[in-house]
Design a protein around this ligand. Sequence first.
Ligand SMILES: NC(=O)c1ccc[n+]([C@@H]2O[C@H](COP(=O)([O-])OP(=O)(O)OC[C@H]3O[C@@H](n4cnc5c(N)ncnc54)[C@H](O)[C@@H]3O)[C@@H](O)[C@H]2O)c1
Ligand SMILES: [Zn+2]
Length: 362
Amino acid sequence: MNEPVRVDVHAGLRASTILIGAGVTDRASELLDAHGVGRKRVVVSSPLVWRLHGERIARALGGGDPILVPDGERFKNLQSVSRIYDALVRAGADRGSTIVAVGGGVIGDTAGFAAATFLRGVTLAHIPTTLLAQVDSSVGGKVGVNLALGKNLVGAFHQPALVLVDPLLLATLPRREFRSGLYEIVKYGMIASRDLFERVARDTKAIFARDERVLLPAIVESCRIKADVVTRDERESDLRRILNFGHTVGHALEAVTKYRRFRHGEAIAYGMLAAADLAVTRGALADLARQALARLLARLGPLPPASDLPAGEVLEAIKRDKKVIDGALHFVIATQIGATMTIDDVTENELRAVLERLGLTR
Ligand SMILES: NC(=O)c1ccc[n+]([C@@H]2O[C@H](COP(=O)([O-])OP(=O)(O)OC[C@H]3O[C@@H](n4cnc5c(N)ncnc54)[C@H](O)[C@@H]3O)[C@@H](O)[C@H]2O)c1
Ligand SMILES: [Zn+2]
């Protein structure tokens, strides 16, 4: 294989490196060694992911029994973390051990939180296996789990020492999961790169065919954008907020449908449409740009319906979200394809009108 592409995240106490390349997992052991990750490694994965890719990854890492925890959103909780702790103790893990999280965002966040807290913190490495995890959740150091009362309410910042991003692992990913990750790539285009946006629009077919000649550069650029933002602002003060483009309305849609109807990226697709619409009504974005976004999202496939959801309920969910600071809602809007600004004076009526134009029930 070609040498993997390297992206560095400079945040937190230790260096965090992302290596992206087709087949990079097959060299996992050598690459972990080269990045100073100790030899005592414990894999955390899910039964499904391990069934599909375990043999290959176990071979690359040189054996050892993995800790398997189920990976739906409803298993991203403290009980799974607790199961991981127990298994770590039983496996004789110590401060010199490394947790290697192999899976989608749920496994990465859960195993990552266990790594951040077990013995007050052990080394973490990610081998993300969904597109969303490859371009988003494994990058940036946020780890955590849900409580019964809400999503991601418990967490930590714990930068992975190494992230191995292998597009070949995506071959088995269901199309809908793949699309969910694609919407985040569109988001990176919207916030930072017109070129990325245009390539996704132009090469949609090849991307869906998972042709690594187009998919790999799109993943690389997405990781670079996120790494760059996180390097400049690890802890989500101002800059990191741009990564939340589309997430204000998106998170609210996920919450009112109890995380059952939408894949994360699908909700974000609606959220991006809402943020673009708001930007147009504010005179910040040309309507042509909004239309280009709407066209691209339509090209990527149909979204689950949202027209039965009452705008009022979604508004309430937005107000409960953590993006409300001192009563003001901070909203990231696009100013063109590839650039954003934050506004903090969005009124409830304004937002209600946006949601109704999006097709939600009055
Ligand atoms: N930490 C962060 O910064 C961050 C950022 C974005 C999202 N997240 C979190 O990520 C989670 C969503 O992640 P996700 O979309 O990867 O979901 P997920 O981890 O639930 O994976 C989706 C599904 O794909 C399956 N799967 C995984 N890899 C596969 C493969 N290679 N082939 C076939 N099937 C495969 C899984 O078993 C699962 O059923 C959410 O909990 C979200 O909060 C975290
Ligand atoms: Zn997201």
